[in-house]
Structure formats: structure tokens, C-alpha cells
Design a protein around this ligand. Sequence first.
Ligand code: SF4
Length: 249
Amino acid sequence: MEGFNLDKLNAEYVHKEPKEIIKYMVERIGVSKITLASSLSIEDQVLTDILLKVNPKARIFFIDTGRHFQKTYDLMDETMKRYNFNYELYVPQSEELEKMVADYGPNSFYESVELRKNCCEIRKVRPLRRVLTTVDAWICGLRKEQSLTRQDVEIFEWDKTHSIYKINPIAYWNEKDLWNYIKRENVPYSELYHDGFASIGCQPCTRSINKGDDLRSGRWWWEDADKKECGLHWDTDLETEMIYTDTKG
Ligand code: SF4
């Protein structure tokens, strides 16, 4: 894999458009070795639009946890038709899912942080690892504005958990930038945003928020703010690894 000077790139691209960032990485890494993680959020819909305009053969994946909103699946369908492409779909391993639900029930995520992280580990983190072994870089919709846990996000990062590059082309965008792009380019987006949702995730773990609230406060709202990540974007998922090993026994 090609080596990049991340500090230099971050300084060079900080004021450039996401399209230029994506185009640069797709050309340098190669279209088959870079992928976009989509949860069908407005961030991911903007990036889908940009990426497919840069290269219609670009890879975009969706992790189907089995617990998404129906409106998310509807939007997935609409997006596929609009851009004439197919998502790469990843699902949890059936044996792991069967054991977790049999042992702890279908709603164990409400019972403790450990069981919530265990559910995220099985339904999201492990499928993610499978995708990321096939690429040298992944593109994400992380933004500094989203929460306290995301303030240090940079455009170009080294993902040490997966040993690949992580690109956050809209790290510096605010909500207004997103909606301006959505309207200008007529990008399909989730109806959930009209119902007060600011972040899209699994249905049982996502709720609407009030104006002015932290944008990710509707995710795992029963937990402390500093624990509100699912493991997809942690530097290390050792903690969930340990929980998973414990619960398997
Ligand atoms: Fe499970 Fe909730 Fe995590 Fe989805 S967000 S994987 S339902 S704990």
C-alpha cells in the first residue's frame, strides 16, 4: 500500500471541496481498494452522490444489522434506483447472532453498556472488519460538529484498528453545508430527518432530538455521552473484544 504524509495532506486539503479529496484518494488508491461506509445518513447520502459522480464504479457498503428503520430500507431502494448501483451488503454471522439473542434476548442492549456493546460488536463491528480487509482505505461521513467524541476528526487519518487509511471528506462541514448540498444536487435523504432525527442508526437505539441538542444525543440516549460510539469508529475495540469473549463462554 502506498504511504501518505497525513499531516501534509491535511494541511493541503483543509479548505478543498470533498469532491477533490475523494477524487484524489480514488485515483491514488484505486477504485477497487477504497470503499464508502453508508448508514444512509445525510452525510453518507452526500458522499454517495459525490463518490458516484467521481467514479460510477465506486464501492459503497451497508451493514444490515437487521434492526434498521423501514424508512432506511426504503431510502436504500430509492438510492440504488436513482444512481443505478448496488450496495455491498454485509450482515452479522448467523451463529453469533442466534447465540446472543438466545442467551440475552432480543433487546439486551437496554440492559447494560456491556450488552449494548456486545450487540454492536456482533451486528456491526465484526461485519465491518470483513469489509475492511478487502480495501486499503475507507471513506466516512464523520464531522467534527457531530459530538464531543468527534471533535478531533481529521480529513486524512490512519485507522490503526484496521491498518488502513480513513478519509473523512466532510470533517469540517456543518449541518447547513449538508442541507445546502442535498437541496442543490437533489440528493435523496431519509424522511426521519423530518421527524426530528439528527443521526440515523438502528431503530431501537435511535430517537429524535430537540433543537440545539448534541447531534448524536439521540443515539443510545440512556448511556453516558463519552460511551456513545458503536465501535465502528473507536481507535481500538479491545474492550468489546473482551466482552464478546466473556459472553461467548
Ligand atoms: Fe445492536 Fe443497537 Fe448497536 Fe444496533 S445500535 S447493533 S441494535 S446495540
